[in-house]
Design a protein around this ligand. Structure first.
Ligand code: UFG
Length: 325
């Protein structure tokens, strides 16, 4: 297939582009490189530098089609920032995304694989979280993605747009070639590994009084390559599915403390850490049920937490400063 991958220079998008290219798909990446890196884009896929909300960039991107599908991963995705600057999140994740989808419609592209998020659920009423769990986001990031999901339900009904939306839980880990690199890092595992290596100050553990066994937040970490694989499975099934929403998680929750312990156990070195206040917008527990993706896509995550940690560390050792451009 010929695919347009937005955000294909970013962490998850570049791994989707990598696996898609390896599987024989032809990939064009659209990325404005504000958060992404040129070096993350796989050899053999074309990069168009531009924003999803920019009509000129969209015209250029779609002129390099026709595309069989769009994989839309470009987004603002920092939960805490979304609580202080919601305008950015609604602009990019909702308004600009709709501009992209309008361009798809104008160019007759009828398949969309969307990256959505576990943050659309808010504080879970029960775990593991199934896809029909009520969605009540507690941050503007989750709300912006939920609003886009809602639009897509209507677009499917009115325009027949076929959509598979993936609600990612916590993407982590690396392939041999691509890993987690941000100009401003906020995520647990890369910060913990850098703290362990002495490249950053001790990790600040946000919150010790959550209603969890050890008081720190529980998350469901899923390997980025497992996430990317689900996108390729979605391409095979999207015409039959029509409109579908899938959690992508490992179905296992680890607290922040347990992740730091797993790093120490797996890599043989302690992560220096210190207690810190809660971070705004963090739900206490997010753990997926992945039963639907298993049943309908035949998807099964392959890597557990230790493999995630090892892969992230191997990549980090080869790229101690991440991508440079
Ligand atoms: N954490 C710390 N210290 C840090 C960084 C993180 O204690 O320095 C904690 C957070 O409070 C949270 C956990 O580690 O409890 C994981 O935090 P991340 O920032 O790595 O990830 P989030 O759970 O906040 O968010 C990620 C993605 C979102 C997605 C969400 C869904 O970034 O896009 O997972 O589970 F919506």
């Amino acid at each position: 297939m010929k695919l347009l991958v937005t955000g294909g220079a970013g962490y998850i998008g570049s791994v989707v582009a990598e696996l898609a290219t390896d599987a024989g798909h032809e990939v064009v990446v659209l990325d404005d490189l504000r958060a992404g890196f040129r070096a993350a884009v796989p050899q053999g896929s074309r990069l168009i530098v531009g924003a999803i909300g920019d009509p000129a960039a969209l015209a250029q991107a779609f002129a390099s089609g026709p595309f069989d599908a769009v994989m839309h991963l470009a987004a603002e995705a920092a939960i805490e920032e979304s609580t202080t600057n919601p305008a950015l999140y609604f602009q990019v994740n909702l308004a600009d995304s709709l501009t992209l989808i309008d361009a798809m419609r104008a160019h007759g592209v009828a398949r969309l694989v969307l990256s959505s998020t576990a943050a659309t659920y808010g504080e879970p009423r029960q775990v593991p979280i199934t896809e029909d769990h009520p969605q009540a986001p507690v941050n503007a990031y989750g709300e912006s993605k939920l609003m886009l999901e809602t639009c897509l339900r209507w677009y499917h009904r009115a325009y027949g747009l076929r959509t598979v939306a993936f609600r990612y839980f916590n993407a982590a880990g690396a392939t041999a070639a691509r890993g987690e690199s941000r100009r401003h890092e906020t995520h647990l595992l890369p910060l913990a590994l850098d703290a362990m290596a002495g490249r950053r100050p001790p990790l600040r553990v946000f919150g010790h009084d959550y209603p969890t066994p050890d008081g720190t937040c529980v998350r469901d970490y899923v390997h980025v390559a497992d996430i990317a694989r689900a996108h390729l499975l979605a391409l095979e099934r999207i015409d039959q599915l029509g409109l579908a929403f899938f959690n992508l998680g490992s179905e296992t929750g680890y607290s922040v403390r347990q992740v730091l312990d797993a790093v120490a156990r797996t890599l043989g070195r302690e992560v220096p850490s210190e207690p810190a206040p809660r971070r705004p917008g963090d739900p206490a527990v997010l753990v997926a049920s992945a039963a639907r993706a298993r049943a309908e896509l035949g998807w099964q995550p392959e890597a557990g937490l230790d493999a995630i940690i090892r892969s992230a560390w191997e990549w980090r050792q080869r790229h101690p400063h991440g991508y440079r451009e």
